[in-house]
Design a binder for this molecule. Sequence first.
Ligand code: AMP
Length: 120
Amino acid sequence: MPDSADASDADCLFCRIVAGEVPVELVHEGDFVVAFRDIDPQAPTHLLVVPVGHHPDVAALAAADPAALAELVAVGRQVATAEGHDDYRLVFNTGPLAGQSVFHVHGHVLAGRQMSWPPG
Ligand code: AMP
């Protein structure tokens, strides 16, 4: 799987979403980060913040493009606030055992209900 900010993987669902080939409800569209509503929401607000460049997980993004990771975190806060939430959870599932199913890094922004700990 490619791991560069310029690479786009034709088989990657989130690359296809970034390219506009798969319809989503976009809530943010920037040069480096997009955000859209999760198709299977686990909270009243459940958004995904996704870098335009293809990186398989958050550690790979941090190593390759720390500025994009910083922007992704900032956009996570921005989209939560825009939906009226000062409190939110930002989750990066990393690897199948941790629940990652799409291997193009994305932060889950979850808000609007009391969160429990530990997560399941
Ligand atoms: P993860 O399991 O952490 O890799 O998260 C992948 C997320 O992508 C899940 O929460 C899915 O519900 C979400 N998802 C999968 N396909 C789509 C889609 N077409 N549009 C929006 N969200 C999606």
